[in-house]
Ligand binder design. Structure first.
Ligand SMILES: *[C@@H]1O[C@H](CO)[C@@H](O)[C@H](O)[C@H]1NC(C)=O
Ligand SMILES: *[C@@H]1O[C@H](CO)[C@@H](O)[C@H](O)[C@H]1NC(C)=O
Ligand SMILES: *[C@@H]1O[C@H](CO)[C@@H](O)[C@H](O)[C@H]1NC(C)=O
Ligand SMILES: *[C@@H]1O[C@H](CO)[C@@H](O)[C@H](O)[C@H]1NC(C)=O
Length: 165
């Protein structure tokens, strides 16, 4: 009798139904809420004409599934994340973002640590593509997403890269 085969049939997880990525076996047995989707609101990008230090990117982030509600910003005082090179941590450091400004279509990639309480170093990522509308003022340019809020789907779950610093 192939007990192992039988067992694996019995424990096929039902939790991955709503998820758009494969759940690795290291996480399948854990009772944790995996990130499924997220909402980005009030994305604003300000670029000053002269002073680099005044530039900022900001938005509100929420993931109702995992219960995260946080503010994300990159400004002159921000420190880049130690994982995911090129990313910027949100106030809740389990979330980070990479913003690629290509007006009018830009890319906002979100990374959320999956099941941080388990200590399994794995993260979900997904993106939204904001449609920007920009206004010039005497001091600089302010671009906002035409969508006041955007829902993104997490499409991958990968091991967290080791800290680069
Ligand atoms: C920041 O501001 C400077 C000066 O206004 C501008 O030349 C530069 O492109 C801005 N950088 C970013 C990342 O927006
Ligand atoms: C987002 O994820 C939640 C579970 O966390 C699910 O109930 C909801 O249907 C999902 N929404 C979309 C648009 O996928
Ligand atoms: C600047 O960015 C940090 C995060 O990097 C954020 O906590 C802070 O609130 C931001 N400051 C402003 C004025 O938005
Ligand atoms: C804002 O200014 C930039 C150059 O500084 C220009 O390329 C852009 O077309 C202007 N946008 C608007 C909406 O006037």
């Amino acid at each position: 009798m192939h007990y192992t085969a039988l067992l694996s049939l019995l424990v096929v997880p039902v939790m991955s139904k709503a998820l758009k990525y494969h759940v690795p076996s290291s996480l399948q047995a854990r009772a944790c809420q995996l990130p499924a989707n997220f909402t980005v609101s009030d994305l604003t990008i300000y670029t000053d004409d002269v002073d680099n230090n005044k530039n900022y990117t900001s938005f509100s982030y929420s993931d109702v599934g995992t219960g995260i509600d946080t503010y994300c910003s990159r400004n002159s005082t921000s420190k880049p994340g130690t994982v995911n090179e090129g990313s910027w941590p949100c106030d809740n450091s389990n979330v980070a973002f990479i913003y690629d400004a290509t007006v009018p279509k830009s890319y906002l990639t979100i990374v959320e640590i999956a099941c941080p309480e388990t200590g399994v170093h794995i993260e979900a990522s997904g993106e939204v593509r904001p449609d920007l509308t920009c206004k010039n003022s005497t001091s600089g340019s302010t671009c906002v997403a035409k969508q006041s809020s955007m829902t993104g789907i997490f499409v991958s779950l990968e091991p967290t890269p080791p800290p680069s610093r």
